[in-house]
Design a binder for this molecule. Structure first.
Ligand code: ADP
Ligand code: ZN
Ligand code: ZN
Length: 725
């Protein structure tokens, strides 16, 4: 009697056995619906056998096996296994959370419910004439004629003849037709620019390594043309009929990149799996990837779990970006899993960045990764911007802006060039303060201050979303003289409006981009020169290309210089390099002005010289002395409950259970940097080791013991390679 072993989405480290009369080895990787408790649950079949440790009278029968889509391939199951072991997360939860939502429920998939785009002739297809088709194939000839006249939907094809759809797979296979969204059927293929010497060198080096595992750190200054390098490599992968997985950070860049890719490869099926897709779109893209039809898979974090039978190349753009790490549930790093996938398939993975993470940089200078540098901008005449510090101890700021910056903005307006004022804090002011007793408005659910949103007359918590009305008087002393303190984007916007009444000013932050199509409108306004001054947060910093932007002003960056978070400097530097990189990308030279109290700080000094290496070396030396990553590997046992006492008690108990190892250092329980979040209090125990292997061995043993602790009021999770504390 066949028995299937199923991974279910439940928080225990076991698989579940069921009897399934019709099961065979071929069913491994398929979904099965099974009884679980008094409910139904759907999981993935991991093994099929005849033996089980479950007593026969307790063994239940599966409700059924879903066979409408192909099983998950063994390499994908191996990825899930690795992920489960490395992040110490139950296999069933890893598998089920990575699947498109529609595959998680207890129903079979109706394939005609997936999104279908119309079909159109490819370049090759347009060269086909009726003579190429034998005259007895009347339907094929009719279909070709119809295609020559227009783009056709599946429905229209069926109307030509009920048998016409049967021709589609073969025509797709031969590259005569392609399925693509209607709005893209008219894209004109863009021509390829001549590569710069640096670009050509990078392409040649990586191309020579196609078909072999290597991690390539593509370390190129902003504007060095990394995208073009990706395009050339994808072209080479396509020539071998291979798939390329392109991972990008959780930002609004996907539409832009998608357009670039589609324009270069109009006849290639591209699946876009970014986080904004709905369930059906996600499933459709996933299935096309699984069938090998989608050749380019563009997506955010979760796309790293897509089935890719013909994977030939992996690209992780902006590899340093924190959004590649999932911050709840399964806390995986999509960048690191991308590297694992490349190793599995023996193919190259390209990590692109102007400011690599220190981990990747460290691996590159130690020779574990291949290091490719691009030192100059790709476009002729586009030089890196000049960077100046404005000493705010000398130049006092009024309403957040100093005289020299104001003058520079004025000059820019006169020259009819765009400028950008960067302040990484949205809202009007970060603090509401009572001048007489010192009271500040704080969130009841988080250990954070409420941010003043003057326009809506509201106070808002940027951590939990809590909002409240603006108080009329100080709740503590009754004083009516309560004032916003400090600056946010809205306040800077107001100041600029006052100073430059004729300038067209546009604010870009999470509040101003919430509306649907907001991004589209904003980018359009910028590109058509309907904006003079942009005010914005880091939303603006990444990846965007604004050819007429010549000045960037940076406010309030100092607060990250002396943070308790050891990664704060690395992040600040990356962010400022990115913002600075927006200036002078085309023909006009760019200038960056930083308002700071610490103009001599090594971080600003490095920024002025565009010297990533200098800062990286300084930071690495600090990390080495302090014993921080990349010199050690870390993991956190995180716990949360309604009361920090319970959290710390639990963590104490957990620490007792740990086996002490000489090579693994275990710290005392401490409250999290931000203790209260969304009404829960949080703490952690840090574990670290110079050996990843020893750390992993320790965690495996510890995790097993933690699982035996009786159910508590405390929720806990292991976070391997944590980024936040
Ligand atoms: P990065 O991602 O490295 O910051 P991009 O890929 O955005 O840089 O390229 C910056 C600009 O340079 C873009 O406008 C791009 O079209 C242009 N570009 C890239 N390669 C070339 C080239 N070989 N010749 C001319 N322009 C190029
Ligand atoms: Zn008061
Ligand atoms: Zn809050």
């Amino acid at each position: 009697m066949p028995i299937i072993r199923v991974a279910l989405n439940v928080p225990v480290d076991t698989l579940f056995d069921y009897q399934a009369d019709d099961a065979s080895d071929r069913d491994i990787g398929l979904r099965a619906c099974v009884p679980f408790g008094n409910k139904r649950a759907t999981g993935i079949i991991i093994a099929v056998g005849t033996e089980t440790a479950v007593p026969i009278e307790k063994l239940k029968s599966a409700h059924g096996i879903f066979r409408e889509i192909a099983p998950l391939a063994p390499v994908l199951l191996a990825l899930f296994q690795f992920c489960s072991q490395y992040y110490h997360h139950p296999l069933g939860m890893v598998v089920m959370n990575s699947l498109p939502a529609l595959l998680r429920n207890n129903k079979s998939i109706k394939l005609n419910h997936t999104v279908q785009h119309p079909y159109s002739l490819t370049e090759l297809g347009r060269q086909i004439t009726a003579e190429h088709i034998p005259s007895r194939h009347r339907i094929a000839r009719r279909l070709l004629v119809a295609f020559q006249a227009s783009v056709l939907t599946f429905h229209q094809i069926k109307q030509i003849s009920p048998r016409a759809p049967k021709l589609l797979p073969e025509w797709l296979q031969s590259g005569w037709i392609v399925e693509r969204p209607l709005e893209l059927t008219t894209v004109t293929k863009t021509h390829k620019p001549l590569l710069t010497v640096e670009q050509a060198g990078a392409v040649a080096a990586i191309a020579a390594g196609l078909g072999r595992f290597d991690v390539w750190l593509l370390h190129g200054v902003t504007g060095s043309g990394k995208t073009e390098i990706y395009l050339r490599l994808i072209e080479l992968a396509l020539a071998q009929s291979k798939q390329t997985l392109v991972l990008i950070p959780e930002i609004n860049l996907t539409p832009q990149l998608e357009t670039v890719f589609r324009a270069r490869f109009p006849d290639i099926l591209l699946a876009n799996l970014h986080s904004g897709r709905n369930d059906t779109e996600r499933l459709t893209g996933w299935l096309k990837a699984q069938r090998g039809e989608a050749k380019i898979i563009l997506g955010t974090r979760l796309a790293v779990f897509t089935p890719l039978p013909d994977l030939g190349l992996v690209i992780v753009d902006e590899e340093h970006d924190g959004s590649f790490k999932q911050q709840d549930g399964l806390r995986y790093s999509a960048r690191d899993l991308a590297i694992f996938r490349a190793r599995q398939m023996a193919i190259p993975v390209v990590l692109g960045s102007a400011t690599p993470s220190l981990e990747s940089y460290f691996n590159a200078i130690n020779g574990r990764y291949q290091h490719i540098r691009l030192a100059s901008r790709a476009m002729q005449n586009a030089a890196l911007p000049t960077v100046h510090c404005i000493d705010t101890r000398i130049h006092k700021s009024r309403d957040g802006l100093t005289e020299p910056l104001m003058k520079a903005l004025d000059q820019c307006l006169e020259n009819k060039q765009q400028s950008l004022v960067f302040i990484n804090r949205r809202g009007y002011a970060p603090v509401l303060l009572c001048k007489s007793c010192g009271w500040t408005a704080i969130c009841q659910r988080c250990s954070s201050r409420l941010v003043v949103h003057l326009r809506d007359q509201k106070l808002s918590c940027h951590h939990c979303g809590h909002q409240e009305r603006f108080p009329r008087a100080c709740p503590q002393c009754g004083n009516q003289d309560i004032e916003p303190f400090g600056h946010g984007t809205q306040r800077v916007e107001d100041t600029l409006v006052k100073h430059f009444p004729s300038a067209r000013i546009l604010r870009i932050d999470r509040d101003s981009t919430r509306r649907k199509n907001a991004w589209h409108d904003i980018l359009h306004a910028i590109h058509t020169q309907q904006v003079d001054i942009l005010v914005g947060t880091q939303l603006l910093a990444k990846g965007h290309d604004f050819p007429n932007l010549s000045l960037v002003g940076i406010l309030n960056a100092d607060s990250s210089l002396y943070s308790t978070d050891f990664r704060a400097s690395e992040r600040l530097f990356a962010q400022l390099m990115q913002v600075a990189g927006r200036a002078g990308r085309a023909n006009i030279p760019g200038h960056v002005m930083i308002q700071t109290e610490f103009p001599d700080h090594s971080l600003y000094q490095a920024l002025q010289r565009h010297d990533y290496d200098a800062l990286a070396q300084t930071l690495l030396a600090e990390r080495k002395t302090a014993g921080f990553p990349p010199y050690v590997y870390q993991a956190l046992l995180r716990a949360e409950a309604h009361d920090i006492r319970a959290v710390l008690d639990f963590l104490d108990q957990a620490k007792q259970l740990a086996q002490s190892l000489e090579t693994v250092e275990l710290f005392d329980p401490v409250p999290a940097h931000m203790v209260r979040l969304k009404g829960l209090e949080r703490g952690h125990v840090l574990v670290q080791s110079a050996s990843r292997k020893h750390l992993q061995a320790f965690l495996t043993g510890w995790h097993a013991k933690l699982m035996t602790l009786p159910g508590q009021k405390v929720r806990w999770v292991l976070d391997v390679d944590p980024l936040e504390f």
